[in-house]
Design a protein. Structure first.
Length: 446
């Protein structure tokens, strides 16, 4: 928990500092006076005065603000105070407001560029066509009639080009029936797929898995496979004489033989070996102790290539974010599947910190991009809300009164607090003990 908390403070602190620095530098660039540069909201806890600006840390550490004279009512002032100030020209206000989110987007590209220079581990199948390698028996995909060798080309209206597209689309499909477009033997057809909502996030589980070679990558210590002399790198080509095309064939051919001797035909260093072993009986199924591990590749590029890849990744994530927001607004996705609050972000930040520097840098890039996008939404209190007001003022050719703007901000602040309550509630539900979670959701124990 301590690592999670420290990582959360670091990640959020860095990104809020960059966001507010964007506002600050833009204000200085257009000649506006900056009274306050605050990390956090509410009561001032600590700060210093420099060059007419109060640099402070405030009580509520979920954001921050820059108090610019002439910007109008905001988090750091009220209608009466704003009414006494001469408003900056609208273009200056727009530049200042836009600078924060833009800084986060630029920072996202910078962080992801560094990540790609250092190297990012990604699943080897991630950018491959969504060809089905295995369908879990009894799963939603099996019930829908999907078979190994099929290619998923669309899901729930989303075009599927790669396995990453399919996995992303599946996240918000849990608990719903969606239409999947399948290509088989050159013919495309539709099936109704009802992914199960699994985990506390409600992510969709369909039972579809990508192709996987029957190569030993990890052995369970003390398992029948380890005792029989199998080694990482071995390729299993047959079980009891029956050919093995991919890893899932091992499950199909070994599961029916708990406690019975089976013979594996193995290729090792160009030689063919026959290895006999007895699968353990685990719940009536035969298990030999070869872990199902998907290989990863290290995606590493030079500085120029990394910049290009980082930009493309930001474009991809931005498109995906708006698709998810669209599903959220139309009821095709839930907040639990699509939004994370401070507790969830702290947990993810802690995981990244424990994984190493590359993971932290990648996380900074991802959250910085989301912070930039979120702040551009037309919600009062956020930069996008202020920009929407400026656009309205430009359309009607006059400024709204400070009192009206303050009321709009108050409504937006209340809505934002309500949103935060829902998100934090979902965060708490995700970490509750199983017994408490079942009690709240009236789900039976399994």
């Amino acid at each position: 928990m301590l690592i999670n908390l420290l990582a959360f403070v670091f990640v959020l602190g860095v990104l809020v500092l960059l966001h507010e620095a964007g506002h600050f530098l833009a204000a200085r660039a257009v000649g506006a006076q900056v009274d306050v540069f605050s990390i956090g909201f509410g009561k001032r806890l600590w700060g210093v005065q420099r060059g007419g600006t109060d640099y402070r840390i405030s009580l509520i550490p979920l954001g921050g603000y820059v108090r610019v004279v002439g910007l109008g009512p905001d988090e750091g002032t009220d209608a009466e105070q704003a009414a006494e100030e001469e408003l900056l020209p609208r273009w200056k206000r727009a530049v200042i407001l836009l600078a924060g989110p833009v800084t986060n987007v630029v920072a996202a590209v910078a962080f992801l560029t560094v990540a790609f220079v250092l190297g990012v581990n990604v699943p080897a199948y991630q950018d491959s066509p969504a060809v089905v390698g295995w369908v879990e028996p009894g799963s939603p995909a099996a019930e829908a009639g999907i078979e190994p060798g099929d290619t998923v080309v669309a899901l729930g209206g989303d075009t599927i080009a790669t396995w990453r597209d399919l996995e992303t689309a599946m996240l918000t499909a849990g608990g719903r029936t969606v239409t999947a477009v399948i290509r088989r033997d050159g013919r495309a057809f539709e099936v109704e797929l009802s992914p199960k909502a699994v985990s506390r996030y409600g992510f969709g589980y369909s039972g579809l898995l990508p192709p996987l070679e029957a190569v030993v990558r990890q052995l369970v210590p003390g398992s029948p496979a380890a005792k029989a002399g199998l080694e990482p790198g071995d390729r299993i080509v047959a079980v009891n004489g029956e050919p093995v095309a991919q890893f899932y064939d091992l499950i199909r051919l070994i599961s029916p033989h708990p406690g019975e001797p089976v013979t594996l035909t193995v290729r090792r260093d160009g030689k063919t070996l026959e290895i006999e072993l007895v699968p353990e009986d685990v719940g009536g199924e035969g298990k030999i102790g070869i872990a199902l591990v998907f290989p990863t590749v290290l995606h590493r590029e030079g500085p120029l290539g990394a910049v290009r890849t980082a930009v493309l990744e930001c474009v991809r994530m931005t498109r995906q974010t708006f698709r998810v927001l669209g599903k959220l607004l139309t009821g095709k996705a839930s907040m639990r599947q699509t939004m994370s609050g401070p507790i969830d972000i702290a947990r993810i930040s802690g995981q990244a910190a424990r994984s190493g520097l590359r993971s932290v840098i990648w996380l900074l890039g991802v959250i910085s991009l989301q912070l930039g996008i979120f702040n551009l939404l037309p919600i009062p209190v956020l930069d996008g809300g202020h920009l929407t007001i400026i656009a309205l003022e430009t359309a009607i050719r006059r400024d709204l009164s400070p009192k009206v703007k303050e009321r709009i901000l108050e409504v937006g602040f209340v809505l934002l607090i309500l949103l935060m309550i829902v998100v934090v509630y979902n965060d708490i539900v995700k970490i509750l003990p199983d017994s408490v979670y079942r009690l709240i959701h009236r789900t039976p124990a399994r």
